[in-house]
Ligand binder design. Structure first.
Ligand SMILES: *Cc1c(COP(=O)(O)O)cnc(C)c1O
Length: 389
C-alpha cells in the first residue's frame, strides 16, 4: 500500500523535534550538528530570536491578504533587495522553482514585446538544477529529472557547464536567455570560474541574450558576498533567489532589471501566496542580517577556517575523500567512498551533511556557525571517515 506521504523521498530515519542555532534535537534526545541547514535554507540557523520575533509579531497581526491589495512588508523587502542588488524590481514566490517559471516567462515575454516572438530559446547547462516544475526540469534537462514526464517544455538547449567555446557556438539571435547557477548546488558544488561568468556576460551583451542567474542555493550570503555573481564583478539581467531568503519560511524572489522586466505588465503573472505578509516580514529580517557587511566578513573568515580544516580531513582520509571544492560556506567534498555512505556515517556521529551529484558530500551550514562548532563538525566528520576505512 502506498505511504500516506507520496513516497518521492528516501528519508533517513531521523525525526527532529526542535532546533537552536546549528543544532537539531532528535525525538530520542540526541543532538545533531546541522551542516545542511535544510539544504541552505536556515541561513541564520534554527530558531534565530530575531526571526522568531518577526514571524510571531506578524502572525499576531496579519497573515494573508492576497496581492489584490498593497502589502507593506512586501514593499519593504522589495525595496531592500533593489537597494542591495543590480535589480530594479522584484516578484515574490513561495519556492525556487516558481522563480524559474517566471524567469523563463519573463525572458520570452521580453523578446515577444520587442517583436521577436520566435526568440524563445533558453540555453542551460549540464548538471544544473532549477527545481521540479515543468520549466525547471526542462531547464535542467537531465534524463533523471525529465524521464516519463514528457512532453518536456520545448525551447531549451543544454551545453557542458563552463564550456565557453560551446556557448559561443550555440548562442544566436534565437537565444532569449542564458540560465546558469554561479555555483552548481545539486550538481555537486561546482563553481563557475569568475572568468567564465565574465565571458558569459560578454557573450550575452554581444548577442542581446538576457543573463539569468539561479542563485537559489548560492545566494543570500552563502559564498561570502550577498550574491555569488558579485565575486565576478558582473550583473545579471534576471536572478532567481529562494532558500536562504526566508530563513526557513517558504519564500522566493525573482529579481530583474527594468528592461528585462518590461514585458511583465499588470495581469501577465501572479501568485496567491507569493509575497504574503508573513513571508516578507521574515525575509526582511533575514535581509537585515545577511546583507550586513560584518556578517558577510564573518562568513568569509569562517569559510576559510572550515575549508582549511576540511583540507586536513581529506588529507587524513585519502581512501574516503578526494578533494574539497566550492565557495564560502557552500563547500563540497568529492568522495572516493560512496557519498551516501559518508552521509550515513555522519548520521552515526550526529553530524548532518547533504549528498549531491558527482559523489559529493555538501556542507551548507548556517552562516552563523561558530568557530567551536566548525571544530566540532570536523571532529565528527573525522570519526565518521575513520569508521568507513
Ligand atoms: C533548490 C533549488 C531550486 C528549487 O527550489 P525549490 O524551492 O525546491 O523549488 C532551484 N534552483 C537551485 C539552484 C536550487 O538549489
Amino acid at each position: 500500500m502506498i505511504a500516506s506521504v507520496l513516497p518521492t523521498y528516501n528519508r533517513a530515519p531521523l525525526t527532529f523535534v526542535s532546533g537552536q542555532g546549528c543544532w537539531l534535537t532528535e525525538a530520542d534526545g540526541r543532538r545533531f550538528l546541522d551542516l545542511g541547514a535544510g539544504i541552505a535554507v536556515n541561513a541564520l540557523g534554527h530558531a534565530h530570536p530575531a526571526l522568531v520575533k518577526a514571524l510571531s509579531d506578524q502572525a499576531a497581526q496579519l497573515w494573508h491578504v492576497s496581492n489584490l491589495y498593497r502589502i507593506p512588508q512586501q514593499q519593504a523587502l522589495a525595496d531592500a533587495l533593489v537597494e542591495a542588488t543590480f535589480a530594479d524590481t522584484v516578484f515574490f514566490t513561495n519556492s525556487g522553482t516558481e522563480t524559474c517559471e517566471l524567469a523563463v516567462k519573463m525572458a520570452r515575454k521580453y523578446w515577444f514585446e520587442k517583436g521577436d516572438a520566435e526568440r524563445i530559446e533558453i540555453i542551460a547547462f549540464d548538471g544544473s538544477f532549477h527545481g521540479r516544475s515543468s520549466a525547471g526540469i526542462a531547464a535542467a534537462g537531465s534524463e533523471k529529472m525529465t524521464k516519463g514526464f514528457g512532453p518536456t517544455l520545448p525551447g531549451f538547449t543544454h551545453l557542458p557547464f563552463g564550456d565557453h567555446e560551446a556557448l559561443r557556438a550555440a548562442i544566436s539571435d534565437r537565444t532569449a536567455a542564458v540560465l546558469v547557477e554561479p555555483v552548481q548546488g545539486e550538481g555537486g558544488i561546482r563553481p563557475l570560474p569568475d572568468a567564465c561568468l565574465k565571458g558569459l556576460r560578454d557573450l550575452c551583451d554581444e548577442t542581446g541574450a538576457l543573463l539569468i542567474l539561479d542563485e537559489v542555493q548560492c545566494g543570500m550570503g552563502r559564498t561570502g558576498k550577498l550574491f555569488a555573481h558579485e565575486w565576478a564583478g558582473i550583473e545579471p539581467d534576471i536572478m532567481m533567489v529562494a532558500k536562504g531568503i526566508g530563513g526557513g519560511f517558504p519564500l522566493g524572489a525573482l529579481l530583474a532589471t527594468e528592461s528585462a522586466a518590461s514585458g511583465m505588465t499588470a495581469g501577465t503573472h501572479g501568485s496567491t501566496y507569493g509575497g504574503n505578509p508573513l513571508g516578507c516580514a521574515v525575509g526582511l529580517e533575514v535581509m537585515r542580517h545577511v546583507a550586513d557587511p560584518e556578517l558577510l566578513a564573518e562568513v568569509n573568515r569562517k569559510a576559510g577556517l572550515l575549508r582549511q580544516k576540511l583540507e586536513g580531513l581529506v588529507a587524513a582520509h585519502p581512501a574516503v575523500f578526494d578533494h574539497v571544492r566550492g565557495a564560502g560556506l557552500m563547500l563540497g567534498i568529492v568522495c572516493k567512498a560512496p557519498n551516501t555512505d559518508v552521509v550515513q556515517a555522519g548520521y552515526d556521529q550526529q553530524v548532518l551533511t547533504v549528498p549531491a551529484a558527482d559523489n559529493v558530500v555538501r556542507l551548507l551550514p548556517p552562516l552563523t556557525i561558530t568557530d567551536d562548532e566548525i571544530d566540532a563538525a570536523v571532529a565528527r566528520l573525522d570519526t565518521a571517515a575513520a569508521s568507513l576505512a
